[in-house]
Design a protein around this ligand. Structure first.
Ligand SMILES: [Zn+2]
Length: 147
C-alpha cells in the first residue's frame, strides 16, 4: 500500500515538473506567449515595460488584435496564494502589476462579455538559465530539448 502511494506521488511530481517547464513559446515582441483560446486562435504576449507586465492580444498568425470587448482579470503571487491584481487597459494591451520572481501570474481572458473565460498561467522566474543565460520565464531550452 505504501509503495503504491509513493509511486503515485512520484508520477504526480513528474507531471508537475513537466507542466512547470512546459513549452515556452516566445512571441513576435520577445515576450512570453499565453494561450487565450482552446484552439490556438488567440494568444496573449507578456512583456515587461516600465516595471509592469504588458499583455498584448495576438491572433492565430501572431498578429496584434485591437482591444475592444476583450476583458482580462489577473491574479498573482506565490504558489497557492495568488491574490487579485488590478488590470488596466492601455491602448492595445492590458497592463498588470508585476509579481516577484518565482511567483505566478494567472489571467482570465474573455474575448467578449458572452465568451467563456480562458485561464492561462505562467511562472515569472527571472533566474538565469544555465544554458542560454536568458531568464527562465523566457527560456525555450526545455521546450527545445523535448523536440
Ligand atoms: Zn535556456
Amino acid at each position: 500500500m505504501k509503495k503504491q502511494i509513493l509511486t503515485l506521488l512520484s508520477s504526480l511530481a513528474i507531471t508537475a515538473a513537466a507542466f512547470a517547464h512546459g513549452d515556452v513559446e516566445i512571441g513576435p515582441n520577445g515576450g512570453r506567449i499565453l494561450e487565450f483560446s482552446k484552439n490556438e486562435t488567440m494568444h496573449g504576449e507578456v512583456t515587461v515595460k516600465g516595471g509592469k507586465f504588458h499583455i498584448a492580444v495576438l491572433d492565430k498568425a501572431m498578429k496584434p488584435v485591437a482591444l475592444a470587448d476583450q476583458t482580462l482579470t489577473a491574479n498573482g503571487g506565490p504558489t497557492g496564494k495568488a491574490a487579485k491584481l488590478a488590470v488596466e487597459k492601455s491602448g492595445d494591451h492590458f497592463v498588470v502589476p508585476m509579481v516577484k520572481s518565482g511567483e505566478w501570474l494567472i489571467v482570465q481572458f474573455k474575448e467578449n462579455a458572452k465568451a467563456k473565460a480562458i485561464t492561462a498561467r505562467m511562472q515569472y522566474d527571472t533566474a538565469a538559465c544555465p544554458k542560454c543565460k536568458g531568464e527562465e520565464w523566457l527560456c525555450v531550452c526545455s521546450a527545445e530539448k523535448k523536440k
